[in-house]
Design a protein around this ligand. Structure first.
Ligand code: FES
Ligand code: FES
Length: 211
């Protein structure tokens, strides 16, 4: 896995401009620190109700070898930070409820569902599909195996499938087709490329000695 340690993302904290899309979608929960210290009030059934908005949380994330300093609404998911703030859109949002696996990334080498992971809670390095490499900086053996076996059609689930498959091998759960199927069962594929995915994992496994 290629890691360019020490590089620093400039502008992540300073460049807190909110795009119209982010504003409308409500996903730009990161940045704009002062907004989170405000108090909102509204009327409900004739009574005045006061709601406190959450305080901003400062977090430091290492993603694909780059350090990022962020001011976050503490409720922000890792998935939204990756896609909306760091613009790493290879990580896909499928269900956003922990049920499809499309958002799978590696945190400290372990697979996690980024839609269910609070970004502020992440302490270990994050690897997304954009950061996956072989030892020489080329395609990771799992990426190459997915290509070789046509293990995708629309490709929407593929980044999550590949990262999950890498972890599946490292966990020692890729010894047999049945084991691969069982331990990859959290990653759904609407195109039903499952036989090809199993074949790809079997091809990549012996090639993953150093990555
Ligand atoms: Fe995270 Fe579906 S988007 S599991
Ligand atoms: Fe289309 Fe898996 S390749 S959802």
């Amino acid at each position: 896995m290629h890691m360019d340690h020490g590089a620093t993302s400039s502008g992540t904290l300073a460049g807190v401009g909110m795009s119209r899309r982010q504003l409308l979608s409500g996903t730009a929960a990161v940045a704009i620190v002062p907004a989170f210290t405000s108090i909102l009030s509204h009327r409900a059934e004739g009574k005045m109700t006061t709601l406190s908005t959450p305080q901003a949380t400062f977090a430091e994330l290492q993603v694909n070898g780059r350090q990022h300093q962020l001011a976050l609404d503490s409720r922000t998911s890792l998935l939204d930070v990756l896609r909306e703030n760091l613009h790493l859109t290879g990580t896909k949002k499928g269900c956003d409820h922990g049920q499809c696996g499309a958002c799978t990334v590696l945190v400290g080498g372990r697979r996690v569902l980024s839609c269910l992971t609070l970004a502020a809670s992440v302490r270990e390095p994050v690897t997304t599909i954009e950061g996956l490499r072989d030892a020489k900086g080329g395609l990771h053996p799992m990426q190459q195996a997915f290509i070789d076996h046509d293990a995708f059609q629309c490709g929407y689930c593929t980044p999550g499938q590949i990262l999950s498959a890498v972890a599946c091998v490292h966990e020692g759960h890729a010894d047999t087709p049945d084991s691969i199927r069982e331990y990859m069962s959290g990653n759904l594929c609407r195109c039903a490329a499952y036989p090809n995915i199993v074949a790809a994992v079997q091809q990549a496994k012996p090639e993953m000695t150093n990555v």
